[in-house]
Ligand binder design. Structure first.
Ligand code: PEP
Ligand code: MG
Length: 547
């Protein structure tokens, strides 16, 4: 390791080296003066500019495929969002602001609301900022920030990359991707994996490194200066994943490959990617802005719409996971000193079971309407008694199968007792890591502790897998860990029976499973468990697979 080498969180495997190309920083805040002489004419510039930006993104989407296309279409829709345009037009009038500054402020309001919502919504802040910068650049008549046209294969270095930028990357030109910010659950990480580009995120000190070439190791997270005169080295191309849509290892061991969804768009993307069902429907995503509790019939219709593509297929609907990073306005929860450790997930229902009962009634109705094979699952369960309490209420509501998430270390340790009282469990590795390592999952500074390859996390997963085997009941993983094609093999080797993930990862994980036998998965699992850090666990698992 050279003394200028840096390290971050490895999020997409493979090694590459070559010349550095830096991604331009976002534009600064535009000036609020001069006040427009004709506010109506100034405001009228915004809608056409939004149309131009949206059209450019749509054109990019037309040349992309799969999840990349979906993300570009979503970002294009955000650019043309009438709410954003009209808020900006209003600010030109009321605030006497130039159009560029008005757009900047209007988008700022949207981004703040998303950041306050926390969790996955907070990760969408980058998307809004990307749209904002493209619009501001259009209104100012300058080049948009983002990835420059690459003339030769290069290593991209950025503070963070917008999903629209990442989705448009050409794997033939981008040798590797390195960012100073970002976490393992960001879109950048997910897309880099799906494009087969080695990537390392949360590399502290990266932007201050003044070098012409870099060597990047997407397996260990190591980023080192390289000889600028040496020829570029590309990672071995893995090619687009081929998968027959039936989750199993090469020797026929069955592992369901499922989708994580939170909206109708996610559900169709998951179905299109070939997901065999839904392993996690985050129902709270439907109501993050709801000022009052949605009625049973509204909930029933919303859930049925999301489940529609999965008629006749297994789906797991998670009851509201509110609190901490995902507050729901209508629950009007009290401020707490440590919200992640407070009344969140199922705990909200202990004081107000009627809200849970109304949701369960809506889910039972949506099961009938959609024809999907619905199970329900409770988030943030800590004990077998809590799990039993939930299962009883689900049965009373007429939902045939009930399970709980394993996200709290206590629940992983008591998985055998929990499985006695529910039909299945599903491990939320995002929260299980956060609580095991006492490391806030939203904080870049502790991102390394939240690496799903942490051997201590895998030891808890092992315990859950063993409990599933002993009781003969299913245990899945629906945290980001399941989206990593190599880690998916380790999880299979640990005894998990289903893996649920973002649509972008479905094919790669299905193909990865199909390429190995169960004995290899078990060997990879044992190798990862014996490692002392995430990078070593990854390397050891890979070596066990290829041995
Ligand atoms: C998890 O914690 O891993 C999980 C899947 O739930 P969420 O990310 O919604 O908290
Ligand atoms: Mg969770």
């Amino acid at each position: 390791m050279s003394d200028t080498s840096l390290s971050g969180v490895a999020v997409s495997p493979g090694r590459a080296s070559g010349p550095v190309v830096r991604v331009a920083e976002p534009l600064g805040e535009p000036a609020s003066t001069p006040a427009p002489a004709d506010p109506a004419a100034e405001a009228a510039r915004i809608a056409p500019a939004a149309q131009v930006v949206a059209a450019r993104l749509e054109a990019l989407a037309a040349t992309a495929t799969g999840e990349a296309a979906t993300i570009l279409i979503t970002t294009a829709a955000m650019a043309a969002d009438p709410a954003l345009v009209s808020k900006a037009e209003q600010l030109v009038g009321t605030g006497r602001l130039p159009a560029a500054k008005a757009v900047y402020d209007a988008a700022g309001g949207f981004a703040e609301a998303l950041a306050a919502a926390g969790g996955y919504l907070a990760e969408r802040v980058r998307d809004v900022q990307d749209v904002r910068d493209r619009l501001v650049a259009e209104l100012l008549g300058v080049d948009p920030p983002g990835v420059p046209e690459l003339t030769a294969p290069s290593v991209l270095v950025a503070r963070d990359l917008a999903p629209a930028d990442t989705a448009g990357l050409d794997p033939a030109k981008v040798l590797a991707l390195v960012t100073e910010e970002g976490g393992p659950t960001s879109h950048t990480a997910i897309l880099a994996r799906s494009l087969g580009i080695p990537a390392v995120v949360a590399v502290r000190g990266l932007l201050a490194l003044d070098v012409k070439a870099l060597a990047v190791d997407g397996d260990t997270g190591l980023v080192e200066p390289a000889d600028p005169d040496a020829p570029a080295v590309a990672a071995v191309a893995s090619g687009p994943a081929e998968w027959d849509g039936h989750g199993r290892t090469a020797d026929g061991h069955r592992v369901k490959v499922l989708g994580n969804v939170g909206s109708v768009t996610d559900a169709s993307a998951a179905a299109e990617a070939g997901a065999e069902g839904v392993g996690l429907f985050r129902t709270e995503f439907c109501y993050l802005d709801a000022p009052t509790e949605p009625t049973v019939s509204d909930q029933r219709a919303a859930y049925a719409a999301v489940l529609a593509p999965f008629h006749g297929k297994p789906v797991i609907v998670r009851t509201l996971d509110a609190g901490a990073d995902k507050p729901l306005a209508f629950l009007d929860q009290e401020d707490e000193p440590n919200p992640a450790l407070g009344v969140r997930g199922l705990r909200v229902a202990f004081d107000r079971p009627e809200i849970l009962d109304r949701q369960l009634a809506a889910i039972a109705g949506a099961a009938t309407d959609s024809g999907a094979e619905v199970s329900v699952m409770a988030p943030m369960v800590a004990t077998a008694a809590e799990a039993a309490w939930f299962a009883e209420r689900a049965a009373a509501a007429g939902v045939p199968r009930a399970g709980v998430m394993i996200e709290v270390p206590a629940a992983a340790l008591a998985a055998d007792q929990i499985l006695e009282v529910v039909d299945f469990v599903s491990i939320g590795t995002n929260d299980l890591a956060q609580y095991t390592f006492a490391a806030d999952r939203q904080l870049g500074a502790v991102a390394k502790l939240n690496d799903p390859w942490q051997p201590a996390l895998l030891r808890l997963v092992e315990r859950v897998g063993a409990a599933a085997k002993a009781t003969g009941k299913p245990a899945g993983v629906c945290g980001e860990a399941a989206a990593d094609p190599l880690l998916a093999l380790v999880l299979t080797g640990l005894g998990l029976t289903s893996l649920s993930m973002n649509a972008a990862a479905v094919r790669a994980v299905g193909a990865s499973l199909a390429g190995v036998g169960m004995a290899q998965c078990e060997a990879a699992a044992q190798a990862a468990l014996a490692a002392t850090d995430p990078a070593a666990a990854r390397v050891a698992a890979k070596a066990a697979i290829t041995a």
